[in-house]
Design a protein around this ligand. Structure first.
Ligand SMILES: C[S@@+](CC[C@H](N)C(=O)[O-])C[C@H]1O[C@@H](n2cnc3c(N)ncnc32)[C@H](O)[C@@H]1O
Length: 221
């Protein structure tokens, strides 16, 4: 509390990962974080994901830490990571699966150079054995993930027209999620939000004040 009696925010907690090896890879990636000079695909300049092979477009570390805690709470053993990019979200998800006693993070990524970078980052963090990255279009590669999904990240990519990639991938993943599974969406695509907020979808949803709006939803049916 300051002299005027106003409550000051507490200092942020230390990372819940509690693993220096993983945290060092995360810190290295945060230090290298860059945005493309053209503004990127959201700026509407170039949608081809192959044009951005060196850019992560990664989730915020706060979102990563939240996903780690949610996966621990769920005792998540099968997790979907759409998309992998250079492996930033994957690090948090794989650390949670490892700390739960084992399982698999199934990632999807269409740019081969990003898959190579993600594999290096996961190897440096000691988490490779908990991750399977499927190369190609997630709308195909995630059609059968091998069992009930406990947690999914839907962190998609903009397109020029038609349904968003996030909605299309969610429609592939939703039937594979167990009752009580959680899904977190980073980019708040309007058609994704319309789907997930419609209780006919079987989900219940809320918006968290993280990175300008992060949608967290539970498969309730
Ligand atoms: C926002 S980034 C994901 C960031 C990642 N979750 C992280 O935190 O580091 C979206 C990724 O989707 C990939 N992508 C675009 N279209 C795809 C598709 N059809 N299938 C799979 N991946 C795709 C892009 O190459 C890009 O790396």
């Amino acid at each position: 509390m300051d002299a005027a009696g106003v409550l000051s925010p507490p200092a942020p907690a230390a990372s819940p990962l509690n693993d220096r090896r993983v945290e060092q890879v995360i810190e290295r990636m945060v230090d290298c974080y860059a945005r493309p000079a053209n503004g990127g695909p959201v700026g509407g300049h170039e949608y081809d994901p192959h044009a951005y092979a060196s850019f992560g477009f990664s989730v915020h570390p706060d979102q990563g830490e939240l996903m780690y805690l949610l996966c621990r709470a769920l005792n998540a053993r099968r997790v979907v990571d759409f998309a992998t990019s250079v492996g930033f979200s994957t690090l948090y998800l794989a650390a949670a699966v490892r700390d739960n006693g084992g399982g698999v993070v199934i990632g999807a990524e269409i740019v081969p150079a990003k898959i190579a970078t993600a594999r290096r980052n996961l190897s440096d963090a000691g988490l490779s054995e908990f991750v399977e990255i499927r190369a190609g279009d997630a709308r195909e590669t995630l059609r059968a993930v091998g069992g009930p999904v406990d947690f999914a990240l839907i962190d998609g990519w903009p397109g020029e027209s038609g349904p968003s990639l996030s909605l299309q991938v969610m429609q592939v993943i939703a039937p594979q999620m167990r009752s009580g599974a959680l899904v977190l969406n980073d980019n708040a695509e309007s058609d994704y939000l319309a789907f997930i907020r419609d209780q006919a979808s079987g989900f219940r949803s809320m918006t968290l004040p993280l990175k300008g709006g992060t949608e967290l939803s539970v498969k309730a049916a």
